[in-house]
Design a protein around this ligand. Structure first.
Ligand SMILES: [Fe+2]
Length: 395
């Protein structure tokens, strides 16, 4: 995110001496992307950021996947995956719904604080379906609530502290995730035609320091396990939250979906107008409450479409989703529409949509350019009948 922020105490010139009141040097750390050739930040630590005293393997949540075979559109019901009040946290408790070599989608209902966590495989974009709490990070903390996207750069040490039970839809890239490039100037400013701007992005508050020692940090990284992943726990002698100040263009931030300004038209607008972020080989879109098409003969719901190069995953967050009426889709549902299959509204939804002026819907969509496979949670909550929902409407 090429938008400069500064928090806490930093020296006037980078890479120069910065000392505390007793004359002790702070340790400067550069956290940067693409090998010193992209966005970065400089953090000033009281301790040594690379110090480790012990390590041990961390058994990641189940990462095995199976192919979507036979090839079918699917309806997955996420709310059935978790019981409430079970002491689940948003890191070790998340369950894998869908994944491929570019992105993994997990889901969790969390009501307990997570351990310190660092994802070394790529950026995470976590959408808060409901609940609230605090995302604590080495850069400072972000309060979160329903409708927030929390963007967490790769290898950022952080922890989830729910104040209320939190339903989180976790999009883990194997790459960086950020605003669509077509909305950015050549220097990274969000352009006038973008559906949001820098004022809508919330950065971390002032960094906080903790004095605990022998703290565990759970790291997800590349390895020999399923999906090429593995986990390690590092025990570190000082708490990683020891930063007195930082500045730069790389940091976690929050964006609330209510701040996305929808792009509308006289006739149906294609999904790219709903795009909010992108990673390598996938995009993230959101469908927000909006006025709909105002041509006198417009059809507000989508045409049937065969987006031949992608699998399409829609997560239904709130309100009615007009195009899916008659299919059993509700809050907490996911539909998976794979490449190679044409999809569109349930037949009865088309006539029903004529004359509509407003859609009160909220959904988050991930389109991937490589096929998605089903994780253990995706298999566990598949309704098994969605694929027949269009033919039921034609009989
Ligand atoms: Fe679609």
């Amino acid at each position: 995110m090429a938008y400069y922020r500064q928090r806490g105490s930093i020296p006037p010139k980078r890479h120069t001496q910065h000392r505390d009141n007793d004359g002790n040097l702070y340790r400067e750390e550069l956290m940067g992307e693409e090998g010193f050739s992209s966005d970065s930040s400089l953090l000033y630590h009281r301790g040594v950021p690379s110090a480790i005293t012990e390590s041990r393997p961390w058994q990641l949540p189940e990462q095995h996947t199976v192919a979507n075979s036979p090839l079918l559109p699917r309806h997955l019901k996420l709310h059935g995956l978790f019981d409430s009040g079970t002491g689940t946290d948003a890191v070790t408790g998340r369950r894998l719904v869908l994944g491929n070599d570019d992105v993994r989608i997990s889901y969790v209902t969390a009501d307990a604080p997570s351990p310190l966590y660092r994802n070394a495989t790529g950026d995470e974009c976590v959408f808060i379906e409901s609940g609230g709490g605090r995302l604590e990070t080495v850069f400072g903390h972000l309060d979160y609530g329903s409708g927030d996207y929390l963007m967490i750069p790769r290898a950022t040490t952080h922890a989830w502290v729910p104040a209320q039970t939190t339903r989180a839809y976790c999009i883990e890239g194997n790459s960086h995730i950020g605003p669509p490039k077509r909305y950015l100037s050549r220097f990274g400013q969000l352009l006038e035609h973008a559906p949001y701007c820098e004022r809508d992005l919330r950065g971390p508050g002032e960094p906080e320091q903790r004095d605990l020692s022998d703290v565990e940090v759970f790291i997800k990284h590349r390895g020999d396990g399923p999906a090429g992943l593995a986990g390690t726990v590092h025990v570190v002698p000082g708490h990683p939250f020891d930063v007195v100040g930082w500045d730069g263009c790389l940091y976690p931030y929050a964006f609330n979906v209510a701040d996305f300004e929808p792009i509308t038209g006289r006739v149906h607008q294609p999904p790219p107008v709903h795009q909010v972020f992108e990673g390598n080989n996938f995009v993230i879109c959101n469908f927000v409450p909006r006025k709909v098409d105002y041509h006198p003969l417009s059809i507000p719901v989508p045409y049937y479409h065969s987006n031949v190069d992608s699998d399409e995953v829609m997560f239904y967050v709130d309100s009615d989703y007009e195009a899916r009426k008659g299919s059993g889709i509700g809050k907490g549902s996911i539909t998976v529409h794979p490449g190679g299959h044409s999809h569109g509204p349930q037949p009865s939804a088309i006539e029903a949509s004529l004359g509509a002026e407003f859609f009160d819907e909220l959904a988050v969509m991930v389109d991937t350019f490589r096929p998605l496979r089903l994780g253990e949670a995706g298999q566990a909550c598949d309704d098994g009948v969605y694929a027949q929902s269009w033919s039921r409407g034609t009989q």
